[in-house]
Design a protein around this ligand. Structure first.
Ligand code: IPD
Ligand code: CA
Ligand code: CA
Length: 274
């Protein structure tokens, strides 16, 4: 069964085309072998391709939808915007997996989410190197290159493959080590693949059984909708502060198939409370 093209909203079609075009841009930029490397906030890698892709995506959205707000990693990181959204909002990570990108790995993605009435309505994550286009529209299922996807049916924690990631800020590493130890001891294995957006899409299509990490909104806004539409359970392994919308809360994110979710949550909470 394939996704019936005629049922796709104009926003989804626009977003898919934009992600593909931006994907081509970053592939071409890397092939041109003229990448510059800079570090923001100390250790956070950013290349000229990140900046170019960001500008390309933001300009295309501003042209097509002049009244909409844009929250993008490289050009407008105003995190306040998410909690007080009135107009439609676009949340963009021009390259998720920049370290992979800069080191010549073919595992990075363009991530674009569209938020309306304070709900994520469309999510598109595109890896131009593997030509895998993940997408979802709220209430309409999740797809990979037009084919429906769903989460794994793994039910045993000790057989489950778990992914996570680590922040650029080395000062926050300490609590992650005991969590890693617990996951390695109680699950099949762990992956650090290097793109949170793709980790969550891999979870959505059953290549992973669980995923946890603290992120920024642009890393997960699109992929979270794709995971939900694929049947994943999306939440947190710590408390969401009162007054914060959990769908946009970026600390201690936990996403898993519905059977593994409570098991992995209990495991991580046990470590954090020890
Ligand atoms: C990073 C990736 C990585 C995650 C980091 C993110 P970037 O995004 O998603 O997998 O572990 O926390 O910052 O910098 O490549 O866009
Ligand atoms: Ca990112
Ligand atoms: Ca990025």
């Amino acid at each position: 069964r394939q996704h019936p093209e005629g049922s796709m909203s104009d926003i989804l079609l626009f977003t898919q085309a934009l992600a593909r075009d931006a994907g081509k841009l970053i592939v071409d930029e890397r092939a041109a072998a003229a990448l510059t490397h800079e570090y923001k906030n100390g250790d956070e890698l950013v290349t000229n391709a990140d900046i170019k892709a960001d500008q390309f995506i933001c300009e295309a959205i501003a042209r097509q939808f002049p009244g909409h707000q844009i929250l993008s990693e490289e050009s407008s990181p105003d995190l306040g915007a998410v909690q007080k959204i009135t107009t439609p909002l676009w949340i963009i990570d021009p390259i998720d997996g920049t370290v992979n990108f800069a080191h010549g790995h073919n595992h990075s993605a363009i991530s674009i989410a569209y938020v309306e009435d304070a709900q994520t309505k469309v999510g598109v994550v595109y890896n131009p190197f593997s030509e895998e286009l993940f997408y979802a529209e709220s209430g309409k299922g999740a797809f990979l290159n037009s084919n429906p996807i769903s989460v794994s049916s793994e039910a045993e924690l000790r057989r489950s493959l778990i992914a996570t990631g680590f922040p650029y800020d080395k000062s926050t590493l300490a609590p992650m080590i005991p969590r890693l130890h617990a996951v390695l001891a109680n699950c099949a294995d762990i992956r650090r693949i290097g793109s949170a957006a793709l980790d969550i899409c891999f979870l959505a299509m059953g290549r992973l059984d669980g995923y946890y990490e603290s992120l920024s909104i642009w890393d997960f806004a699109a992929a979270r909708l794709i995971a939900i539409e694929a049947g994943a359970e999306c939440g947190h392994f710590s408390e969401v502060p009162p007054g914060i919308d959990p769908q946009f809360y970026d600390r201690d994110i936990l996403i898993a198939n519905p059977t593994i979710y409570p098991l992995l949550r209990a495991l991580l909470q046990e470590v954090d409370n020890a």
